[in-house]
Design a protein around this ligand. Structure first.
Ligand SMILES: *[C@@H]1O[C@H](CO)[C@@H](O)[C@H](O)[C@H]1NC(C)=O
Ligand SMILES: *[C@@H]1O[C@H](CO)[C@@H](O)[C@H](O)[C@H]1NC(C)=O
Ligand SMILES: *[C@@H]1O[C@H](CO)[C@@H](O)[C@H](O)[C@H]1NC(C)=O
Ligand SMILES: *[C@@H]1O[C@H](CO)[C@@H](O)[C@H](O)[C@H]1NC(C)=O
Length: 147
C-alpha cells in the first residue's frame, strides 16, 4: 500500500492513501458544512448533511418538461414528499413545506434547514415528457453532526 508523508511543523504523520482520501473528504465537508451538494444522477447515493444546513440533490442535468416524484421510505411504506409536474412543484409532505425548491434548469432540488429527523431513504423517480421513466434513484440522507 502506498504511503504519503505529511510534515506538519511540530510533528510528522504518516498515513495511507486511503486515510488521505478520507481526510480530504472531511476537509471538503468541513468547508461546505452548510451547503452540501449531492449527485443523485447515479442510481444510489448517500448524502451527509449537518443539522441546520441545506442539501442540493441533482437528479438530472435539465428537468424541463419532466415529471419528478420524490418519496420518503417510512416504516409503513413510502409517502409522497413532492411532485414536479408541468414545471410546478407541489409539496405533499408537510415537514418539507417552505424549505424545498426545485431548480428545473439544472434538475437540482434544494432542501434547507435540515433536521435529524429528515434522515432516511428517499426514492426519486423522473419521467420524460413522453412519460418514460428515465431516473429511479435511491438517496440515503444522513443528517448528523455537531451543529
Ligand atoms: C422533525 O421534528 C420537528 C420538530 O420536532 C417537526 O416540526 C418536524 O415536523 C419533524 N419532521 C419530520 C420529517 O418528522
Ligand atoms: C432544458 O431543456 C429545455 C427543453 O429541452 C430547453 O429549452 C432549455 O434550454 C434547457 N435548459 C438548459 C439550461 O439546458
Ligand atoms: C442549480 O441552480 C441553482 C439556482 O441557480 C444553483 O443554486 C445550484 O447551485 C445549481 N446546481 C447545480 C448542480 O448546478
Ligand atoms: C439505473 O436506473 C436506470 C433507470 O431505472 C436503469 O435503466 C439503469 O440500468 C440503472 N443502472 C444501474 C447501474 O443499476
Amino acid at each position: 500500500m502506498s504511503c504519503v508523508e505529511f510534515i506538519i511543523p511540530s510533528f510528522k504523520v504518516t498515513m495511507t492513501a486511503n486515510k488521505v482520501l478520507i481526510l480530504l473528504v472531511m476537509l471538503a465537508a468541513a468547508t461546505h458544512a452548510h451547503e452540501n451538494k449531492c449527485d443523485a444522477t447515479q442510481n444510489t447515493s448517500l448524502c451527509s448533511v449537518s443539522p441546520g444546513g441545506s442539501v442540493y440533490i441533482q437528479v438530472m442535468t435539465n428537468a424541463s418538461g419532466h415529471q419528478v416524484l420524490c418519496k420518503k421510505q417510512l416504516p409503513l411504506g413510502p409517502i409522497n414528499v413532492f411532485i414536479l409536474k408541468r414545471e410546478k412543484l407541489t409539496i405533499q409532505y408537510e415537514p418539507f413545506r417552505d424549505r424545498t425548491e426545485f431548480f428545473i434548469n439544472n434538475g437540482t432540488f434544494k432542501i434547507s434547514n435540515m433536521e435529524r429527523n429528515d434522515s432516511g431513504h428517499y426514492i426519486i423517480e423522473a419521467f420524460d415528457p413522453d412519460g418514460v421513466l428515465v431516473r429511479n434513484v435511491k438517496v440515503h440522507l444522513d443528517v448528523q453532526g455537531k451543529y
